[in-house]
Design a binder for this molecule. Structure first.
Ligand code: GDP
Length: 288
């Protein structure tokens, strides 16, 4: 079972079944209930029908293998890993409050450090009281550096300082935290744009990633959030948190299809080690 042992198998595969018309209908229902979304479900089931026919598949085990193959194909969008080629590499972390952004930054910092990188955190959420404090706690846990300013200060100035510190201290990766909420959505998007411009200006030789953090337990709502952010932020990947909870997981497929960006990491708990690179094959195995 491994990585995704909390993901619930699709209902239809919990017992015996035969490959007939009822099967396809029940599969559709099962996939929709797993948060995969209507459109993505219909596409997957249609592809499965075609392949079952083409390959004259009759055995349930073969159908399962075929469905896994289709799910893995649907998940193959964008670049799977992080581009850390630049000096410093910059990872901008975005997402609404409560999804697990701060926790994810801590976990990711820990991972990158363990891989031999010098990591610096930029406390770009200056709006929420205690956001920088919370990030400092994670910086300490992961034993990485942090640049922070006072609450209410300009996040673009924090990022400017962080980029300069990174150059001076030969930092490999800068992880930038951002606000998850401001007075209104337009303010938030303007602020993200401003931060991006500072990163572009100060990081001429930087590689850039923009990771959107989504809470898997919010299902299809996560997708709506993702679309709103992607309009202004140019997302390169998703981190899906709380897959250890009650999440049904199918939203991963809906994200891949509707956003065209890969899930790069998954959060599987609250601890510092509970972040793993997303493995499509293992995920399909857990679901089917
Ligand atoms: P932020 O507001 O987006 O920065 O969210 P936080 O990082 O403060 O996390 C909100 C809550 O979700 C905290 O209680 C975290 O411990 C919890 N959390 C974050 N990631 C995960 C995860 O992958 N699994 C579980 N079970 N809880 C998580």
């Amino acid at each position: 079972m491994g990585l995704f042992n909390k993901i619930k198998k699709l209902n239809i595969f919990s017992g015996l079944f035969s490959v007939d018309e009822d099967f396809f209908e029940e599969l559709e229902e099962s996939l929709i209930l797993s948060d995969m979304g209507m459109e993505t479900t219909l596409e997957a089931v249609e592809t499965l029908r075609e392949r079952v026919k083409e390959r004259k598949i009759k055995e349930p085990e073969e159908v399962k293998a075929c469905l896994r193959e289709i799910l893995v194909e649907m998940l193959a969008v964008g670049e799977p890993g992080l581009d850390l080629s630049g000096k410093p590499a910059v990872i901008l972390m975005i997402g609404v409050n409560g999804v697990g952004k701060t926790t994810t930054i801590g976990k990711l910092a820990n991972r990158l450090k363990a891989d031999g990188n010098r990591v610096l955190l930029a406390a770009g959420d200056t709006f929420r009281a205690a956001a920088a404090e919370q990030l400092s706690v994670w910086a300490e846990r992961a034993q990485v550096e942090i640049v922070k300013h006072e609450e209410g200060s300009d996040p673009a100035a924090v990022v400017f300082d962080a980029m300069n510190a990174a150059r001076a201290r030969r930092v490999d990766v800068v992880l930038v935290d951002t606000a998850g909420r401001l007075h209104n959505k337009q303010n938030l998007m303007n602020e993200l744009n401003k931060i991006r411009r500072v990163i572009d200006r100060e990081g001429e030789s930087s590689s850039k990633e923009v990771l959107l953090v989504l809470d898997a337990t919010t299902g299809q709502n996560g997708l709506i959030q993702a679309k709103q952010f992607s309009q202004s932020a140019g997302i390169t990947g998703i981190v899906l948190t709380k897959l250890d909870g009650t999440a049904k997981g199918g939203v991963v497929l809906a994200i891949a299809k509707e956003m065209g960006v890969p899930v790069k990491y998954v959060g599987l708990g609250e601890g510092i080690d509970d972040l793993q690179p997303f493995d499509p094959a293992a995920f399909a195995e857990a679901l089917v």
